[in-house]
Ligand binder design. Structure first.
Ligand code: SAM
Ligand code: SF4
Length: 431
């Protein structure tokens, strides 16, 4: 039988990227190979993101571009997976009947039945209480670093966010399965793992909480670096900070989304911390791990964000001096509490605020990076960039271009010669 081909397009966060790796894993066991163009494929999968309107729009325009392929190849199956699939379900099928199947994030395993023609319906969006216990095969993009799910869903209901509706209730994966997966990665030569979840800090399996899980991962042979994403500030404990300080494989980087500097806005967002509490945790981290890089997410133009509230976000950025941020204009999402609030902010003001935030942060990031000139950084080599330069990342998650030719997977010391806003460059001093 001729090998069958799959084209997959992924939108959104690392969770989605990893879900795509898991869908490719299932298809790989059935003999599918991945292709780089939808026209070469027997199955086209869109793994969608619903977090902001813009992400959804991108998916719709990509989907529109494959519609004609069905005319040429009526056997072609179009699958829409991910968060928009979960949210829109039947509506999506009614609107765009050329879609064959809709699969929510809890139901990726049904792909196997779909390709075997063993399904009697087209929409798979039921909540799956077993999702954390299903260990799917994974076809990883990278051979140096790997994502590993530790917790699914989210119970936090930040008022702007669709994730609790798209990815369901929080469910922790069993610790033995996590350790088994990472041990295998260590044996296969992977050097770095990133533990994934919407709120890794609330991981709990029996007596194992997140800091205890990290201690177990630290002991796994072969793995040299441990990262995790994302941490919710309200659940970041002193115990976690101590573990981060004491265990050498845990990288000196944390992504800790602040969202806003104004307590009024944080309350409206249901973030469950004040700016002062957040700042105190930044102090814990910097006291324990002086070289730690801290990155964050910021939303501008949340409903009722007055100029003085926005000013507090600006002041927070100046006070904390993050290493980098992702900043977004508030995007009202159907069904969320924030979409129903009074006092929505005009697009014009949102854009102006976003520009201001990004400009300020760019200056801060540039200055912080500048301080690394002449310093030696440990870099895990990841591969080559488009220009053929060796690239890797520091423990603080900064991208480094290395002048020498080094194999992916090597850990080297690099003397930083030049710094830029989003990267560093330099050469190896010893192996
Ligand atoms: N679970 C993570 C947390 O709580 O920090 C983040 C999850 S979300 C995929 C990533 C980021 O998207 C959030 O931190 C937030 O800044 C942003 N985001 C989520 N919903 C949004 C919305 N409706 N409009 C604008 N940005 C949004
Ligand atoms: Fe969304 Fe808040 Fe959950 Fe993060 S913690 S996924 S922002 S609801």
């Amino acid at each position: 039988m001729k090998g069958r081909a799959v084209y997959i397009k992924t939108f959104g966060c690392q969770m989605n990227e990893h879900d795509s790796e898991r869908m490719l894993g299932i298809l790989g066991t059935k003999g599918f190979i991945e292709v780089d163009e939808p026209k070469k494929a027997d199955i086209v999968i869109f793994n969608t993101c619903a977090i902001r309107h813009k992400a959804e729009q991108k998916f719709f325009s990509s989907l529109g571009r494959v519609k004609h392929l069905k005319k040429k190849n009526p056997q072609l199956k179009i699958i829409v997976a991910g968060c928009s699939a979960q949210l829109q379900g039947e509506k999506l099928l009614n609107k765009l009947p050329y879609i064959d199947y809709i699969i929510g994030p809890d139901n990726l395993h049904v792909i196997e039945n779909i390709i075997e023609n063993q399904v009697s319906h087209r929409i798979f969006t039921d909540e799956n209480p077993e999702v954390a216990n299903i260990n799917l095969p994974v076809k990883r993009k990278d051979c140096v670093k790997a994502w590993v799910n530790i917790i699914y869903g989210c119970n936090n209901y930040c008022t702007y966010c669709v994730v609790p509706y798209t990815r369901g209730k929080e469910r922790s994966r069993c610790v033995d399965d996590i350790i088994k997966e990472i041990s295998l990665l260590g044996e296969q030569g992977y050097k770095e793992v990133t533990l994934l979840g919407q709120n890794v800090n609330s991981y709990k399996d029996g007596n194992t909480n997140f800091p205890l899980l990290l201690e177990k991962v630290e002991k796994i042979e072969g793995i040299k670096r441990i990262r995790f994403i994302t941490s919710h500030p309200k659940d970041l404990s002193k115990e976690l900070v101590d573990v981060m300080k004491d265990y050498k494989k845990i990288c000196e980087h944390i992504h800790l989304p602040l969202q806003a500097g104004s307590n009024k806005i944080l309350k409206l967002m249901n973030r469950k911390y004040t700016y002062e509490e957040y700042f105190e945790k930044i102090c814990w981290l910097r006291e324990a791990i002086p070289d730690i890089a801290i990155t964050s997410d910021i939303i501008v133009g949340f409903p009722q964000e007055q100029d003085e509230d926005f000013e507090k976000t600006i002041n927070a950025l100046k006070e904390i001096r993050f290493d980098g941020i992702f900043a977004f204009k508030f995007s009202p999402r159907l069904g969320t509490a924030a979409a129903k609030l009074d006092g929505h902010i005009s697009e014009e003001v949102k854009t102006a605020r976003l520009i201001e935030v990004l400009k300020l942060q760019d200056e801060i990031t540039e200055r912080k990076n500048k301080r690394l000139e002449g310093k030696i950084q440990e870099v895990l080599v990841e591969g080559k960039d488009e220009e053929g330069f060796t690239t890797g990342r520091t423990r603080t998650n900064k991208v480094v271009k290395i002048y020498s030719d080094i194999k992916a997977g090597e850990i080297v010391n690099v003397k930083i010669a030049k710094t830029h806003r989003h990267s560093l460059e330099g050469d190896i001093i010893s192996t």
